[in-house]
Write a protein that binds this ligand. Structure first.
Ligand code: CA
Length: 232
């Protein structure tokens, strides 16, 4: 596999990232200056970019935008402040995930693996003849907008309109983190004033319903102080 590009100006953090990822079997390439990224990218195709936000030369925001202009390479943004993630989400940079420093080795490798799994379809999934057994398809979550129902493992359950729309938007981009603000805007397009807690309470009920269909897997995950994401 191609190397994972680490763009990080703090050598200690870069070393840690390289160590974690290499221990997990990935190759890495480290760049410490924002200005050097586009030259390297012109000649190399990394499997993924781990991109620090605050960098000398050119910051992570600008680099992310530039990458998105010409490629879909997965990008994970690294930031030192969890509050920053909310702002980044609002900018819709097209980053695939966000990691807040300080991070644990396990967290970084888990996120890298999850993003690669999501963004690199397996060879079988690529073929047009995608056949899944009835057993497999019943394990997947199906949404029925007309009836506001979902089915999983052969069982149906009714949702309220708000629950359905929350699930629908999260489900449409597995792994993507949605802030409460984004979810609110989606569910209440009339800009009605509702509190963050409203979203939390709908999500809570939604999770409870999904849990009745399948107690074994958690489909809606909360991302600490940021929002929610769907991951099957
Ligand atoms: Ca930095």
């Amino acid at each position: 596999m191609n190397p994972i590009l680490i763009v990080e100006d703090e050598p200690k953090i870069a070393e840690l990232l390289e160590k974690y990822l290499q221990n997990s079997g990935y190759e890495t390439h480290w760049i410490n200056d924002g200005l050097a990224v586009s030259d390297w990218m012109a000649n190399n195709q990394p499997a993924m970019v781990l991109l620090d936000l605050m960098l000398p030369g050119k910051d992570g925001l600008e680099i992310c935008k530039e990458i998105r202009q010409h490629s879909n390479i997965p990008v994970i943004m690294l930031t030192a402040r969890v509050e920053e993630i909310d702002r980044l989400l609002g900018l819709e940079l097209g980053a695939d995930d966000y990691i807040c420093k300080p991070f644990s080795p396990r967290e970084v490798t888990a996120r890298v693996k999850a993003v690669l799994r999501r963004t690199q379809p397996s060879p079988q999934a690529d073929t047009s003849q995608q056949t899944s057994s009835p057993e497999e398809s019943s394990r997947q979550l199906n949404l029925n907008r007309d009836h506001l129902t979902i089915s999983l493992k052969g069982q149906n359950i009714n949702l309220t309109r708000v629950e359905f729309e929350l699930l629908e938007v999260l489900h449409s981009h597995p792994g993507r983190i949605y802030s409460r603000q984004q979810l609110m805007e989606h569910v209440y397009p009339d800009n009605r004033i509702v509190s963050d807690r409203t979203i939390d309470s709908h999500i809570k009920k939604l999770r409870k319903k999904i849990n009745e269909l399948d107690p074994e897997q958690e489909l809606i995950h909360s991302v600490y102080s940021v929002g929610y994401k769907f991951e099957g």
